[in-house]
Design a binder for this molecule. Structure first.
Ligand code: PLP
Length: 409
């Protein structure tokens, strides 16, 4: 089934996001007539005889095999392929390639694409391991990174070094302040300088935004988050044009970061309810953000769906929902903030986001624990900052839980 996601119905009735989430990428020819794609748990694939092997070798494109069969588990797997087709359909893309984690997706794409002596421009307020990979690992390979303030498009363009810069990398929404990249503007800057663009769309999900339609070259997701949606798997995905994905699939065969078939199966299962889950998370997050913004014990709320957010206008233009993460500053100290978190009954105190269970964390004590208050402030992380990743529990129960916990401080 060829499907393109859409948020609004057109006259030709393009399938909606929930139809694509259930049927996108289906081939309808599945083994044993099973409705879910089975878990093809194998490390290698047999050839009927030498003639079959020779036929395969003559037809194959390296690492991408040939239509309908695989050679070896590191190069591909039918369960994995099925999920790749579904994610591509959800993003309105040619193709997608799955990895064993979001970081495996990011590191494999950059390692495969960047020769020594090249340069990246990256926006700040991004996942700290991506920044760490670029600023330390890639630096050792002679690849430099300039980090520019999110939202400063003049600085972004000025940081581009002619013929040396190869990638502009941004997240949208970002972590933890949920800043929104103006993707059209980034794509225009990149086109002027012949630079490729990459958006980490993990916090947005394909329900809320489609970066490719603005001219972005690569979309990445930590599929561990919304795509999987149940806090039970690690996976990552890169979505792009067919030829670029074919090249990256070849690279995955060398770098080795393919997801295993069990996790691919869980991911496909999770993807079928992506639209339903994210719609609920969007709605609760907006209600929570509005509730917290009006609460006297909250100093500031960061949510792109609120007019007070610095990127609200871009978010309204670019997104059909504002996502399930709300960040906010509690009026009080690090310890007050911890007491509030400990008083909550519904969310687990845990890193990650995007699943059915709500999760909450104080970034100062989670991702930035080893840093001093001053070092954290230099990175923009306040002691009283909370990141609330909303699940699919009832909105009223989540708000009642917040109200009760705020009473203890
Ligand atoms: N990108 C973003 C925005 C993330 O938040 C994360 C993880 O938290 C990653 C990438 C890395 O993904 P994974 O944990 O699946 O390796």
């Amino acid at each position: 089934m060829t499907t393109q996601p859409t948020d609004q119905k057109t006259e030709t009735q393009t399938p909606g996001i929930n139809t694509v989430a259930v049927h996108g990428g289906d081939d309808r020819e599945r083994a044993h007539q099973a409705i879910p794609m089975p878990i093809i748990q194998t490390a290698t694939y047999a050839f009927a005889d030498t003639a079959d092997l020779i036929h395969f070798m003559q037809q194959k494109t390296w690492g991408n095999g040939i239509e309908g069969r695989e050679e070896y588990g590191r190069y591909g797997n039918p369960t994995v392929r099925s999920v790749e087709a579904k994610v591509a359909a959800l993003e309105g893309a040619d193709d997608a390639v799955l990895f064993s984690s979001g970081m495996a997706a990011i590191t494999s794409l950059l390692l495969a694409s960047l020769p020594t002596g090249t340069h990246i421009v990256m926006t700040d307020d991004c996942y700290r391991r991506t920044r760490q990979f670029c600023l330390t690992f890639l630096k050792r390979l002679g690849i430099e990174t300039s980090v520019v303030p999110m939202g400063d498009y003049e600085a972004l363009e000025a940081a581009i070094q002619p013929k040396i810069t190869r990638f502009i990398i941004s997240e949208s929404p970002t972590n933890p302040y949920l800043r929104i990249a103006d993707m059209e503007r980034i794509a225009q800057i990149a086109a002027r300088h012949k630079v490729r663009t990459l958006i980490d769309s993990t916090f947005g999900s394909p329900v809320n935004q489609h970066p490719l339609k603005y001219g972005i070259d690569y979309v990445i997701h930590s599929a561990t988050k919304y795509l999987g949606g149940h806090h039970d798997l690690l996976a990552g995905v890169v979505v792009s044009r067919r030829d670029r994905i074919a090249a990256l699939r070849d690279a995955r065969g060398v770098l080795g970061g393919i997801v295993d078939p069990q996790n691919a199966y869980l991911l496909e299962r999770g993807l079928k309810t992506l639209g339903l889950r994210v719609a609920q998370q969007n709605a609760t997050a907006l209600a929570v953000a509005q509730y917290l913004e009006a609460h006297p014990k909250i100093e500031r709320v960061w949510y792109p769906g609120l007019p007070s957010h610095p990127d609200h206008e871009i978010a309204v233009r670019q997104m059909s929902g504002f996502g399930g993460v709300v960040s906010f500053e509690v009026r009080g100290t690090l310890e007050d903030t911890s007491r509030f978190i400990d008083a909550l009954q519904i969310p687990y105190l845990a890193p990650s986001l995007g699943g059915v269970d709500s999760l909450i964390e104080q970034p100062a004590l989670m991702s930035y624990y080893e840093k001093t208050t001053e070092e954290r402030l230099a990175l923009g992380i306040k002691d009283n900052l909370v990141r609330f990743a909303i699940g699919v529990e009832d909105t009223a129960d989540i708000i009642a839980d917040l109200a009760h916990a705020l009473e203890v401080i």
